[in-house]
Write a protein that binds this ligand. Structure first.
Ligand code: ADP
Length: 301
């Protein structure tokens, strides 16, 4: 075309990489980043000069690589690692402090000692729960395991989870209702352990976030080609703004309250992952102060 490149391309990162490559005759790698309405646009720029057999400069090749998605993933990963480290550090710091006090203070009264050991036990349980949740999440994300799927009686999975949760319901004086569209077991394709974990996590939350004498309703309805599984509660509810975020890893509406109840902030992220692994979808409807409904749709086997 016989035109100079900086008249055609007005992107300073490309022009300066080109200039540098021509000057140094090496491959130059650079990057440009532009804010957009959604995620930033990030492009890797590679410039290599072309020369003939007599080393005479013939031109240059510019390769542009849109790495916006990769850059976003990198940021999500860094954010996750920072969050996970922080979450792990909290109980470890507490255990360390308590243990050191016990070692240093020889005249510690027996009651205080017992209290400290009790606290160490609570914090180590917290640590164990956190690690178990992190491991399940990482297993789910790295290895979808759909090859091991079997036909599962989902009604039975729910019944077993309810049985396990009954003690906590009784302790909190919660009413538990069941609404099944059929007395026959509903069959879906999946992994029993993962499905149990999904039901347990939702059940656990309904119990945790509902005040004594509230009601939890578990329903399982067979639709045309899918199964609708719902757990609704008359608990504290979740504001509209926060409903989109509760499925994020480590997101908690009230950190202190969740911690106090033994929460890790990973329960719903695990639920979402398991649902997706089974070709299902998750949704939440809720009103602050009135309660929440968590709905999962699974394809019928
Ligand atoms: P956590 O371990 O904190 O319970 P989850 O991932 O299970 O973590 O849930 C994320 C957050 O969503 C909770 O901290 C809580 O704020 C909110 N939440 C989950 N389930 C309910 C519910 N049934 N009622 C009210 N809030 C809920």
């Amino acid at each position: 075309l016989n035109q100079v490149i900086w008249e055609q391309v007005r992107i300073k990162e490309i022009n300066s990489a080109l200039e540098q490559a021509l000057e140094t005759r090496t491959v130059v790698e650079s990057q440009m980043r532009r804010p957009t309405e959604g995620e930033d646009l990030v492009v890797n720029i590679y410039v290599a000069v072309l020369s003939d057999s007599q080393q005479k400069l013939n031109g240059a090749v510019i390769v542009l690589n849109d790495i916006s998605k990769l850059a976003l993933l990198g940021r999500v990963r860094r954010y996750f690692v920072a969050n996970a480290s922080h979450e792990l550090k909290t109980p470890i710091t507490a255990i360390k402090g308590l243990a050191e006090t016990i070692i240093d203070d020889k005249s510690i009264p027996i009651d205080t000692l017992r209290n400290f050991i009790h606290k160490i036990s609570i914090q180590s349980n917290r640590l164990a729960t956190l690690i178990t949740d992190l491991l399940s999440l990482s297993r789910l994300e790295s290895d979808p395991q759909t090859g091991n799927f079997q036909v599962v009686n989902f009604t039975e999975v729910i019944e077993r989870s309810i049985e396990g949760a009954l003690v906590n319901c009784v302790d909190k004086h919660l009413n538990l209702l069941r609404k099944y569209s059929t007395t026959e077991g509903l069959l879906i394709k999946g992994d029993v352990q993962a499905l149990s974990q999904l039901v347990d996590n939702l059940m656990d939350n309904a119990i945790k976030y509902t005040s004594p004498h509230g009601t939890i309703t578990v329903s399982l309805i067979s639709e045309k080609e899918s199964v609708r599984f719902q757990i609704s509660d008359t608990g504290i509810g979740i504001s509209q703004a926060e409903q989109n975020r509760v499925f994020e890893r480590f997101y908690r509406v009230d950190k202190a309250r969740s911690r106090e109840l033994g929460g890790t902030g990973l329960g719903l992220a695990i639920v979402k992952n398991i649902a997706q692994q089974h070709g299902g979808s998750v949704a939440v409807q809720s009103q602050l102060g009135l309660g929440s409904i968590f709905t999962i749709h699974f394809p019928l086997a």
